[in-house]
Write a protein that binds this ligand. Structure first.
Ligand code: AMP
Length: 365
């Protein structure tokens, strides 16, 4: 299967070609035809599956083919709501890349920074708006945005949004949308609260499920080290120095823990940086960009902060702490072995974490 066979328009095919993408990933192959037909979609998939392109490409194509669109007076036609700034920026970058040869304009808004640049872009007019929930509601209440003309809604990483306490914001946003619209709902996990929320948002929908098993079993080589808490840092240093990989992402359960790991690595001249919610937006962006450019080879992150990390050739993921939610393990190791590359994930497990290991093993069989 090629992108051409998915009946995409020439400008989008050309942009995909520029990206070097020829074959759609499974979620793209399944979702794009559904979305081009105008149907609602429930997508059960994590990042790393190519899901951003799976929704951005058909939305762009539908907007592109919309004969009533007036580029002198642009209205926000597509709204993508996502939990973190990092993810929002990443989705926006995707839209920009695939829209390169169309005249469709996108912008991204998120909190934690001054709003001036964001409202300037909105004033100039956009077709696609990528947003985190808080800033979106804020700018709506200030009158910079109306959701009256939305034809396409995407709720991305819904489970994470609920975990982060965005449920009321989401409900407020939904209430402002036109009833007639195409809705897309993505979540890596489908606990009951998520299923309920999806029913409130979607009309008649098709479901696409990309099993996490694929990401874990097929592409990522996994290993576990039984190690006591005290020795974890020594083991980490040893692995970083002996494996000689150029990019390592280390997961820590807590922000404090992440800072501590960075401090101890630096003591041995391993240049690491941390990203987590206590860091300013600028510091997070800088750390991420240093990591992507290869200036830092080790990035230490908490789960929430890591959601938006998209590094194409991430070689090693280290679970310094085992997550207590087994799905989180799948998320984490999905950071390596992305669409084309293959990767490696090692986990450290101490006595107290044995129970977490059991539930992970049950999940991924
Ligand atoms: P996502 O799940 O959207 O975060 O995408 C994961 C990664 O796969 C990103 O780095 C994308 O740029 C890349 N990607 C998406 N679609 C394709 C494709 N069809 N072929 C190769 N790489 C892709």
């Amino acid at each position: 299967m090629t992108f051409k066979e998915l009946h995409l328009v020439e400008p989008i095919l050309k942009a995909l070609d520029d990206q070097g993408y020829t074959t759609p990933t499974p979620i793209q192959e399944q979702s794009i035809p559904i979305l081009l037909r105008g149907k609602d979609l429930l997508g059960c998939a994590q990042t790393g599956t190519g899901k951003t392109a799976a929704f951005s490409i058909p939305i762009l194509q539908n907007i592109f083919l919309d004969k009533e669109r007036n580029i002198r007076n642009r209205k926000v036609k597509a709204l993508i709501v996502t939990p973190t700034r990092e993810l929002a920026i990443q989705i926006y970058d995707n839209f920009e890349a695939y829209a390169k040869y169309t005249n469709i304009k996108s912008t991204v808004i998120f909190g934690g920074v001054k709003q001036g640049k964001q409202t300037d872009a909105l004033r100039r007019g956009v077709d696609v708006l990528v947003a985190t929930p808080g800033r979106l509601l804020d700018l709506i209440s200030q009158g910079f945005i109306t959701l009256r003309d939305i034809d396409y809604l995407v709720l991305d990483e819904a489970d994470q949004m609920l975990d982060m306490g965005f449920i009321h914001d989401i409900k407020k946003i939904i209430a402002k949308l036109p009833v007639r619209r195409q809705s897309l709902f993505f979540s890596a996990t489908m606990p009951p609260a998520i299923v309920k929320l999806s029913r409130q948002i979607l009309g008649e929908f098709d479901t696409v499920t990309i099993k996490p098993k694929q990401a874990t079993a097929e592409r990522v080589e996994q290993a576990i080290y039984f190690v006591n808490k005290r020795n974890k840092i020594k083991l980490l240093k040893h692995l970083i120095l002996t494996k000689e990989v150029s990019s390592t992402l280390v997961f820590s359960r807590t922000k404090h823990g992440a800072d501590k790991i960075v401090k101890l690595l630096r003591r041995d001249e391993i240049y690491a940086e941390a990203i987590h919610g206590n860091k300013s937006q600028n510091a997070r962006q800088r750390a991420l960009s240093n990591f992507k450019k290869g200036k830092t080879t080790v990035l230490v992150a908490t789960d929430i902060a890591a959601r938006g990390i998209d590094v194409s050739d991430l070689e090693l993921v280290v679970n310094y702490d085992l997550p207590n939610v087994p799905e989180t393990y799948v998320h984490r190791i999905g950071r390596t072995g992305r669409a084309s590359a293959s990767g490696e994930a090692v986990s450290f497990c101490n006595m107290e974490e044995r129970a977490f290991l059991k539930s992970i093993q049950r999940l991924i069989r």
